[in-house]
Design a protein around this ligand. Structure first.
Ligand SMILES: [Zn+2]
Ligand SMILES: [Zn+2]
Length: 285
């Protein structure tokens, strides 16, 4: 009897120690992230100093300028559509089957948005990840999205080494903190280098990514039955999302939502008549 209660006390003490250690690790990770990504004192769009606590670290003027994706959207990929556009589905989604279930995007890719995302992606401003993840988090919360796990679109290892970070993985990491969901980088890999998608037309994009991604053994274990949030910075034709999503679905993923900070514009005419022009416009983005 005594032995059993001693065992129980010992087990409880062990669990408490583990719980404390876990909380300490979480706290340390948060403190480290705060040191690397300091709380913002400048507007993320124009760079002017801002008072502490501004929404998304945007000054009041830039907050007005940002093209929030709040109007008419493609019912599949979430891409903003012009008010005059006669359909509720964008040209790309109308022309092909989608392996992902829905797309959610926060802003349209205009001048200010391009500036922020280029700073984030190419100019070393990795600290923007925190603000951008918050923008995505608010958007997915507003639509009541439920998901089990976060998977960032992977980058080719050598390219990530050169850049110093994968912007999608940083977004995923902060989203993980906000949503209290795991962000896993060990489930889906990019196994070969690819030409940057913005240099290619729609048809070349699809070919460019054939065989570029691979699900790992861990991914095959994790994906079945899961509702996945696939994260990237920009959505254009959806080709990257399509490839990643198809692989995860083939491994048994239940549902895939593609969430991005920004989305390129919709092609400006009806989908059936102008594949060539769409290619041309995507090259401009
Ligand atoms: Zn500003
Ligand atoms: Zn669409």
């Amino acid at each position: 009897m005594q032995n059993r209660s001693a065992e129980k006390t010992e087990r409880e003490a062990e669990e408490k120690r583990k719980g404390n250690l876990f909380r300490l690790l979480q706290k340390t990770a948060a403190l480290l992230a705060d040191a690397v990504f300091p709380p913002d004192i400048y507007c993320i769009a124009c760079g002017r100093p801002i008072p502490a606590g501004e929404v998304y670290s945007l000054c009041s003027e830039c907050l007005q300028v940002i093209l929030w994706a709040n109007g008419k959207l493609c019912r599949i990929c979430g891409k903003p559509l012009e008010d005059w556009y006669p359909r509720d589905i964008c040209g790309e989604c109308a022309n092909r089957e989608r392996s992902f279930d829905r797309g959610i995007t926060c802003v349209q890719y205009g001048t200010a948005e391009r500036q922020i995302l280029r700073d984030f992606k190419y100019r070393g401003k990795s600290w923007l990840a925190r603000e951008l993840a918050e923008i995505i988090y608010d958007k997915i919360s507003a639509v009541g999205l439920e998901f089990d796990i976060i998977i960032p679109v992977p980058m080719y290892a050598a390219k990530e080494k050169e850049r110093g970070y994968n912007q999608a993985a940083l977004l995923g990491m902060f989203l993980g903190r906000l949503s209290e969901r795991e962000c896993r980088r060990d489930c889906l890999l990019r196994i070969r280098d690819t030409v940057p998608m913005n240099k290619l037309g729609a048809r070349e994009r699809r070919k460019n990514l054939d065989g570029a991604f691979r699900v790992t053994a861990e991914g095959r274990r994790i994906f079945p039955g899961k509702r996945i949030l696939l994260i990237d910075d920009i959505y254009t034709t959806g080709t990257t999302a399509e490839h990643c999503s198809a692989l995860m679905k083939a491994c048994g993923a239940l549902d895939v939502t593609v969430a991005t900070v920004a989305s390129g514009r919709n092609q400006r005419k009806l989908p059936q008549v102008q594949i060539g022009e769409a290619d041309q416009q995507e090259r401009e983005i």
